[in-house]
Design a protein around this ligand. Structure first.
Ligand code: ADP
Length: 475
């Protein structure tokens, strides 16, 4: 297991010599000590990325794509071992970790294919005086900042398109989960990505190192996934040097179930939308709005499914719900549930934090949640499903849109015309229509409102790392 910084193709200790501990969320025990990058290490990483930039940009797209394709193969071959590592440092159930490895690797395969789809434009100017030639060039050195909830996929979703486009990168992984990011660096190096193209900088002083890099004029892009709160700070810092930004921020996904929905499918979708990754996803269903006439049945059936889930250490094969990642996360979930219950909500299952070691919270279903409860406004990031009833389509859309977030929404209805109408009316970058999972490397993932700027995945994901260069030509 690699535990040093990865800069310019070398594994190096932090220049300060400092290290920090990574914990096993199932026990709270230390599992590794990782080099703690500081500001001078951050500059060394930008140096390496800047130096490697021109040669990588000039590398044929096919060659860049083949390195990514090789990285996909290596991840696929080592899926079990990577899943264990993810589960160990993040806490998620192995079944979720395996799903993440497949999803994460797929970004490398998808962008291996996108690398050779460099497109341009050629036209005659309306005046007829000249020709318009548009080509695309890599943005340059990118700083990538990723969260702990998908330690592999959030990294590959940024590294894949950046490398395909011809950019070089410095990745700053979340300090709770740096080991997976370091494993990704090793795989990319083995896949033939040249030294300096990918640099990984674990750090416990995220604010300082990212802030320092954004001040460096050689850094031309920031791609961030994390909370809206931190995203706002980084957008302000990026403004100083007018750095290109892609921001995947928080979500507050509504899950709408109309009375005409196939209830079996809605329950199945709810389980995925809520419980994938133990609820620790920005796409997680955060608010369930169920048409009043079917609300009791939906709540009862969802509570039965949730209470039957096996909770335990993520690394145990039979576990369906692992612990949450850390103490702060479980304390936040606990306080949101307590507030809701104090205001009159009822826990149909779960609802209180168990005693004992580890950051566990049980699958929980709340009914009778007050419309102004904090749990409906804030990202829960845990296995809790608050249910609210509605009457009619207009009210459903109004409730769904009553948030500053706009990442994803889920809609279940047997009437496809209504489904499409509601999907169009909902202010979100993505909608799952009769489907509880939207994430797909081949599709543009991203939000509107305070959920972010830009898209990851699909063809749009590549364009985020390219600038259009327009050449006006006379001949
Ligand atoms: P989460 O806790 O969901 O991962 P955060 O927004 O707190 O969301 O963190 C996302 C990423 O941003 C992590 O890599 C974290 O270390 C980093 N981060 C947190 N605060 C800052 C900051 N002030 N400046 C730069 N990066 C930060």
């Amino acid at each position: 297991m690699e535990t040093e910084l990865f800069i310019g193709g070398k594994w190096v200790p932090a220049s300060s010599g400092n290290r920090f501990d990574v914990l096993d969320p199932a026990t709270g025990d230390v599992i590794a000590s990782v080099a703690d990058g500081g500001e001078s290490d951050a500059i060394a990483a930008v140096d390496a990325a800047a130096e490697a930039g021109p040669a990588w940009a000039a590398t044929p797209p096919r060659v860049r794509g083949e390195a990514l394709r090789k990285a996909w193969e290596l991840m696929t071959e080592r899926a079990d071992e990577l899943a264990k590592l993810i589960s160990l440092e993040n806490g998620k159930a192995l079944v979720d970790a395996k799903g993440e490895v497949t999803y994460a690797a797929e970004f490398f395969r998808w962008f291996a294919e996108e690398a050779v789809r460099g497109e341009g434009q050629f036209a005659t100017a309306p005046s007829g005086a000249n020709r318009i030639l548009v080509t695309r060039q890599p943005v340059g050195v990118c700083v990538l900042v990723t969260p702990w909830n998908f330690p592999a996929a959030m990294a590959t979703r940024k590294i894949g398109p950046a490398l395909a486009a011809g950019c070089t990168v410095v990745l700053k992984p979340a300090s709770d989960t740096p080991l997976t990011a370091l494993a990704m660096a090793a795989i990319l190096a083995e896949a033939g990505v040249p030294f300096g193209v990918v640099n990984v900088l674990p750090s416990r002083s995220s604010g300082k190192v990212v802030g320092r890099m954004l001040k460096d004029a050689r850094v031309r892009k920031l791609s961030f996934t994390g909370s809206t709160e931190v995203g706002r700070i980084l957008l302000a810092q990026a403004a100083e040097n007018v750095v290109n930004t892609s921001m995947e921020l928080g979500g507050n996904a509504p899950f709408l179930v109309f009375a005409d929905a196939d209830l079996d499918a809605a329950i199945e979708g709810a389980m995925i939308a809520k419980m994938r990754n133990g609820g620790e996803a920005c796409t997680a269903a955060n608010r369930f709005y169920v048409e009043a006439s079917i609300a009791d049945e939906f709540s009862r059936r969802l509570a039965a499914r949730m209470s039957a889930m096996r909770v335990g250490p993520g690394t145990d094969e039979s576990t369906q719900v692992g612990p949450l990642v850390n103490e702060d996360t479980v304390a936040k979930v606990d306080s949101l549930v307590r507030d809701a219950v104090e205001a009159g909500a009822k826990a149909e299952t779960g609802g209180s934090r168990p005693s004992g070691a580890g950051f566990y919270y049980p699958p929980t279903v709340l009914t009778g949640v007050a419309p102004d409860a904090a749990i409906l406004r804030e990202e829960i990031f845990g296995p809790v499903a608050p249910i609210v009833t509605f009457t009619g389509e207009d009210e459903a859309v109004r409730l769904a849109n009553d948030t500053e977030y706009g990442l994803v929404a889920y809609v279940y209805t047997g009437d496809l015309a209504r489904g499409l109408r509601v999907s169009e009316a909902i202010e979100a970058g993505m909608v799952g229509l009769n489907r509880g999972l939207v994430s797909d490397p081949a599709a543009p993932f991203g939000g509107v409102k305070q959920s972010g700027i830009g898209r990851e995945g699909g063809h749009e994901g590549l364009l985020e790392y390219l600038e259009s260069k327009y050449i006006a030509v006379n001949w």
